[in-house]
Ligand binder design. Structure first.
Ligand SMILES: [Zn+2]
Length: 300
């Protein structure tokens, strides 16, 4: 054999061998790598989820705890806010109440002072008159008639232009008896008759009607006047001194509170011609004297 060929053949075989070896090694190493990769993959498939779960659980627990903490803090903060708000609201309400009460009282004082300065009535009225003026009336017994269409119709007396003086036309009867006569009209229905006041012959005064209600005393003037009945003993119809004095005192007060003139004091006689009060229809001078006495005792 040609030595070159021999050499060539040897070389070829060596190459072949080495190539095979390399192939085998390469194959082995490849399969090893594949196996390794597969194992790693398997391990990863097995292990990674496992490791991830534990980690996640921890993370989730931590997150939950954090969330719970935040929720607790938020709840606490909200509670604090609510309590603070309620406290502030309560304080404001209390303060406002005090302030408004103080303001009201000071306002009332101011109004009262202004009213005094202007000489106006301060608030309340009694029987249509300012309470202070009403309180200055002469002593009387208030004994209102029972409301009824014959003697106390209950209609309002909205203005007072005159004061009428009467006599009972029944000598020797007392103020109480004459009040009973008015009162019984609600049952006996004999007459429509009444008066705001009756003055007894001992000087006692009975108030039968409130001053802001009409009576039935002077047919055409019941809606703008006040009437006073006077008891008497004397046949001529003259009044006792006690009746006279009480009448003058009552007229003075009425003229004053209704801002009238003594000429606004009239006899029943001056409106309709009836002889009432008898003595003062027959004694003009006595009537003028009575009005003069009223004027003399007046405050103005
Ligand atoms: Zn009369």
């Amino acid at each position: 054999m040609n030595p070159y060929l021999i050499d060539y053949e040897r070389e070829r075989q060596r190459r072949m061998q080495s190539l095979r070896g390399a192939q085998t090694r390469s194959a082995g190493s490849r399969s090893g790598r594949i196996r390794q990769t597969e194992e790693t993959a398997k391990r990863q498939v097995r292990n990674i989820p496992g490791q991830a779960t534990a980690h996640d659980r921890k993370a989730r627990t931590a997150a939950l705890a954090r969330r719970r903490r935040i929720r607790r803090i938020r709840r606490f903060a909200a509670g604090v806010c609510l309590v603070s708000f309620l406290l502030i609201a309560a304080l404001l309400l209390m303060t406002n109440g005090n302030v408004s009460a103080e303001e009201k009282s000071s306002l009332r004082k101011t109004v009262k002072i202004e009213e005094e300065q202007l000489n106006l009535p301060s608030g309340s009225t009694v029987q249509g008159l300012p309470a202070e003026q009403f309180a200055a009336h002469p002593a009387w017994t208030e004994n209102f008639l029972t409301p009824n269409e014959y003697s106390r119709p209950g209609e309002p007396l909205e203005e007072v232009k005159n004061i009428f003086v009467h006599y009972t036309a029944n000598p020797g009867t007392s103020a109480v008896q004459n009040r009973s006569y008015f009162e019984q009209q609600k049952d006996v229905h004999q007459a429509s008759v009444s008066a705001h006041f009756i003055i007894g012959y001992e000087g006692e005064i009975i108030q039968c009607l409130p001053l802001d209600e009409i009576g039935y005393a002077v047919q055409t003037r019941n809606y703008d006047s006040i009437s006073i009945e006077c008891c008497y003993k004397a046949k001529d119809g003259s009044f006792t001194q006690e009746t006279y004095d009480s009448l003058v005192a009552l007229l003075q007060w009425l003229v004053d509170v209704y801002d009238l003139d003594t000429d606004d004091i009239l006899r029943h006689y001056d409106c309709g011609g009836k002889k009432c009060p008898l003595y003062y229809t027959e004694h003009e001078d006595a009537w003028e004297q009575l009005k003069g006495d009223v004027a003399a005792g007046q405050k103005k």
